[in-house]
Ligand binder design. Sequence first.
Ligand code: 4AD
Ligand code: MG
Length: 462
Amino acid sequence: MTRRIAELLRSGQPDESVTIQGWVRTKRELKGFAFIEVNDGSSMAGLQVVLNSDLPDYETVLKELNTGASVEVSGVLVASQGKGQRIELKASSVKVYGDADPETYPLQKKRHSFEFLRTIGHLRSRTNTLGAVFRVRNACATAIHQFFQERDFLWIHAPIITANDCEGAGELFTITTLDLKDVPKTDNQEIDFSQDFFGRRAYLTVSGQLEAEVMAMAFSNVYTFGPTFRAENSNTSRHLAEFWMVEPEMAFCDLKGDMDLAEEFLKYIFNWVLEKCPEDMEFFNQRIDNTVLATAENIINNQFERITYTEAIALLEKTDRKFEFPIEWGLDLQSEHERYLSEDLFKKPVIVSDYPVGIKAFYMRLNNDEKTVAAMDVLAPKIGEIIGGSQREERLDVLEKRIRNQGMNPEDLWWYLDLRRYGTVPHAGFGLGFERVVQFMTGMGNIRDVIPFPRTPLSAEF
Ligand code: 4AD
Ligand code: MG
């Protein structure tokens, strides 16, 4: 049976006969023998393989063992003489599945820019950095399920196709099977979506929250974890058109409970990844951002700062720092403001709560002052907003008014309002941007480099 390299590096013993499969990372030829490093993606480190010139077809095989070639190697594990590894594999047979022409295979140099690697999105996962990113991403996803499953939350699968704009921000991708060359029109010359596939206009979802609320009214505590889509034309290092979101929703929960869960949740993820991916995290600390390990420890061991929006505005108005965007009570915080608060002022995550009603979505619960809503954002150093959440408006009359005030029609959301008609309860939830937490964890500067196939404006090739 073939063994995975991570497992061999952990627990393989000298004299064991093993077979491995993977891709050649490096080759070093010496007199009478050669070393290759084989990587199968299971860990950052590959396994060093020693090839002696008495191997069958030594010369021919060696010519094909270039960086990128796929191989199967059988042999015996031996204690390594060299530095840097505990064991190595003394090959008794080598099979090359596919070679990789050194003249054209692009991953020859040790280091490439991330911009260049994005142009070879089909190959970049074979590099050390992207390999480490996707192992950490996997660990984050596992941590998320573990966290909620331990707490009896039900994982629900929210639809990707929806008729609702949950955030009310109009950043929706329409999906249609109408003939774009001959679009049916209504009498007043609007597109007639009643003739479309779903008999109404449909979109890719921006959030699974409304469906999560439905399910929370049956299962108390639920979470979604799936892809969401936003057609915002923002070319930043923190925005994707397709990203994954985690959205817990809790019945019988208020804003304080929501903030407590968000904080506990982030700490859990960081702790998990430090435990499961020490080698990858060490790599990020050495090569990408020498503060990531300290940041992780800081997250795990300290309480997040909690301030209201009104307090945040006062702090932003007090500072000498010059911002590009104006800031005053009633305006939304821009990422420069969010970063100032978390990165420079408090030097740790900050939870800002109770935002003005005018800048937040219709479903957030109106506070008694009638000027603010029970919203909260978790702001992280370097990233800015990483979590956005709120207590939901559970009062039918108030909710109907909010929907109307935002220019929406309550009848379109009759089923959402039914949740307030039948057995309504105080409830709350939040959304974590999954890629942003992977970015935060790894120190990767651009969100395009923490998702295998980034979708951004003008970019969807791979
Ligand atoms: O703050 P947002 O828009 O909140 C919601 O969608 C709520 N329905 C969540 C809820 O209460 N259940 O988005 C939540 C998070 C943001 O804090 C951010 O981390 C991430 O999703 N996010 C993005 N990540 C990558 N690319 C984008 N374009 C993103 N837009 C939001
Ligand atoms: Mg938000």
